[in-house]
Design a protein. Sequence first.
Length: 265
Amino acid sequence: MYRFLLSRRWLITLLIALLLIPATVRLGFWQLHRHEARVDRNELIARSLAAQPVAYDTLSSGPGFAVPRDLAWRAVTATGQYDPEHEFVVRKRTDSSGDKIGYFVVTPLVLADGRGSVLVNRGWVASGTSATEYPAVPAAPAGQVTLTGRLRADETATGSLKDRAGLPDRQFNLISTPQQTRETGAALLGGYLELTATEPSPADQPELLPEPNHSDIGPHMAYAIQWWLFTALIPVGFGVMVRREAKDRRKEAAGTGAPVVAVPV
């Protein structure tokens, strides 16, 4: 009765099922690894934000310093004077609600210890009437200030962040110390600060960026479970198809009174 499984159609169906099983298992583990990475990131952010601020220059080794993963989002302080001459904006960035597109305002801070400058993301401002014009930006505080901020690694060109040429003056797509060093020749220390507070506090400033969300673990674990459930359903589904085919063949043989003939291979 089950000789039909040796037919070409059923052998192809079996082959597809056997190929799908390892594929769906692998897709499940891919989603599991994404879940684990998300959890690790959330834990890192939570630890960094809860730690007491430390001086930025105790972490940065100088120009070209690459912020290591375990220092990302670390609360740091820095003292110095802003350099408004080399201020720039970063295009296509959203406000704290995520609904409005505008610019990040980035101003170098010349450190009081003379080691160099660090880029400071002072916050978000709305777009103007034209994307080719420099937006209205609150002036950076004059004189010596002490900042508190979150340490961030330099941005690099990725899927949504493109390093494009031909942009209007003082407008960029990335916050990148190597890029600004090439543009200005300034001695910029690696990484940048995401401003959270200024002392003394200015009367007007861009919209400060909120803390990153470190409570959402995303849907990846649910996706992993779905892939593995689908894996379990593949042999079950194949077995159901086989039983149904065999049942149909028995009914057909009983209705005609003819013996069941094996399907030639």
